[in-house]
Structure formats: C-alpha cells, structure tokens
Design a binder for this molecule. Structure first.
Ligand SMILES: *[C@@H]1O[C@H](CO)[C@@H](O)[C@H](O)[C@H]1NC(C)=O
Ligand SMILES: *[C@@H]1O[C@H](CO)[C@@H](O)[C@H](O)[C@H]1NC(C)=O
Ligand SMILES: [Cu+2]
Length: 287
C-alpha cells in the first residue's frame, strides 16, 4: 500500500509538478491552511496540508483535540481571505473545476453544509447537489460531468436565513476511496447575497391607477366649486404618476387638491408638511 501510494505520488510529480494531489479543485478557491488551523490542529496536520493541498484527512493524523478533520480538513474560516468567499443566491447554478491528478474512483458528492451546527462535520442543507458512484475513475479519462462539475444550490425555502454570514456555510465536495480508505473534503466558502432591493416606486403606478382612475369621473363635475371631497384623492394622487390617468380630469384633481388644502388648513407650510408625511407614509408602504 505504501509502495502504491509512493508510485502514485511519483506519477503525480511527473505529470503536474506543482500539484501533489488526487482531485484538485482548480476553481473556485477552496479553504486553505493558515495560522489558526495550525494552532487548532497542530503542526503535523498543517505540514500535511501544506505538502499536499488536495490530500486526504487520514494523512493529517495525529491532530490536537478539537480539530475537526471531517469539516474542511480542520481548516477554519478565520484563516481564509475574504476574496475567496463566493457570494451566491438560492437556486443558483454553480460549477467546480476539478483536475483528477491521481485517479482513485469511489463515491463522491457535493452538498451545501451549514458549519455552525451538526458537530464535527456540519449539517447538510437540503439533499446532495451532485453524486458520483465512480469519481476520478481509475480507468479512462474523468468525464466532463466531474472535471466541470455542475450543480444547483438549494432553493430559498431550504436555505432560509442560514448562510447570511460569511464562514457559516460551505459547498463541500466529499470523496471517499474504498480501496485506500481515504477521505477527501474540499470546501468552498459561500455567503448568501442580500435580499433583492425593493422595487422602484414606478411599479406602484400599476397598483394605484384603479383608485386614481375612479375618482375623476365624479370629481370632473364639481371642480369649479372646490369640493370638500378632495382630500382623499389628494392623498392617493401624491404617489401615483399623474400621467397615467386621463389628462383633463387629472389637472383638475391636482389643482383642486392644491387649492382646497390651504382652505381646509390655513397655510402652505402646514400643507407641505402634510404632503411630505404622506409621501413618507407611501414610501414605507412600498418598501
Ligand atoms: C457521499 O459521498 C460519501 C463519500 O464518498 C459516501 O460515503 C456517501 O455514500 C455518498 N452519499 C451519497 C448519497 O452520494
Ligand atoms: C393655522 O393652523 C395652525 C395649525 O392648525 C394653528 O396653530 C394656527 O393657529 C392657525 N393660524 C391661523 C391664523 O389660523
Ligand atoms: Cu490518493
């Protein structure tokens, strides 16, 4: 077994000198070893990951107590550069590019993992996003479905309010090779993008017109007498683009509102304050 492993390592060196590995995730960036990892897991683990960035967790033994190898090989988020965190959305299609530098075969799968719960290996959110029976197969080239691994993140209902904080969630590629009993964990840090911004006020034109369109028919007649019934249309009128309503009646509503308001109160200043309050209220409703 040692001999075989050594042979693989040599093969690996001959083919891709810069990479000592088995399955190398070339993109997006995966968790890297850093000083906090060194403190938590110990020198031997640290050296192992440094020596083989794509290696299996068994070669990282022994470790300090509290080092969870089954959660990103023990590498904490605190060591990761912020630029490595992928900002994503629920149901987003994603890809992982993989070089099968040393084929082993065996099952592998991809999942979104909440690292804040679930003990030493986190908790999978939803189901597996991709599964393979024979990953980086020992015979033949790795299929495109593995070297350019496509998957779709769980939907919003599944993710809920999790993964809002960078470091909480990772996309994990988990691969086990039955022949050598080697377990590989690769983690891509992901954070959910902020909720979509509120729609622009323009969309309210679609909502309001029914209310605006109705009054003009009744108001069209009494405009000359500065009706007392205007306050309601005035409130409605403020938020709604006036252009949407029939041209002639709208002008009357506008002027009637302006003319009527000072009469009902007693000054334009007071009225302006009222109008602003109305706009503020309307804005709150839209957002
Ligand atoms: C996921 O991958 C692991 C590691 O190879 C394997 O033990 C497990 O059976 C896989 N599960 C599924 C559902 O693919
Ligand atoms: C105008 O209205 C304000 C607010 O209701 C009131 O405080 C003020 O006394 C009024 N002024 C006049 C001249 O009516
Ligand atoms: Cu290997």
């Amino acid at each position: 077994m040692v001999f075989i492993a050594a042979t693989f390592a040599l093969l690996c060196l001959a083919r891709v000198p810069a990479v000592l590995g088995h399955a190398r995730v070339s993109s997006p960036p995966i968790r890297q070893p850093g000083n906090n990892f060194l403190q938590t897991c110990g020198q031997s683990s640290f050296n192992s990951v440094k020596g083989d960035p794509t290696g299996h967790i068994e070669e990282q033994e022994p470790v300090n107590a509290g080092c969870d190898l089954t959660l990103c090989r023990g590498m904490p988020f605190s060591d990761q550069p912020a630029s490595n965190v992928q900002t994503v959305k629920p149901s987003q299609a994603m890809a992982m590019n993989i070089d099968c530098t040393v084929p082993h075969g065996g099952p592998a799968n991809v999942s979104l993992v909440d690292t804040t719960v679930g003990g030493n290996s986190g908790a999978i959110l939803g189901g597996f996003l991709a599964t393979f029976d024979d990953f980086c197969p020992t015979t033949g080239p790795a299929p495109a479905s593995q070297t350019n691994l496509q998957y779709t993140l769980p939907n919003a209902a599944t993710i809920g309010n999790k993964c809002q904080q960078a470091g909480d969630c990772v996309v994990q590629l988990f691969w086990a090779t039955p022949d050598f009993s080697q377990n590989y964990y690769y983690c891509v840090d992901v954070v959910m993008a902020a909720a979509a911004p509120p729609p622009p006020p323009a969309t309210t034109a679609v909502v309001n017109p029914p209310t605006v369109a109705a009054p003009p028919a009744t108001i069209a007649r009494p405009p000359t007498t500065a009706p007392a019934s205007v306050p309601t249309p005035a409130g409605v009128n403020m938020g709604a683009p006036i252009a949407a309503a029939p041209s002639a009646p709208v002008k009357m509503v506008t002027s009637a509102a302006a003319a009527n308001a000072p009469a009902a109160t007693n000054g334009t200043v007071f009225n302006a304050a009222n109008a602003n309050a109305g706009r503020r209220r309307a804005r709150i409703l839209w957002f």
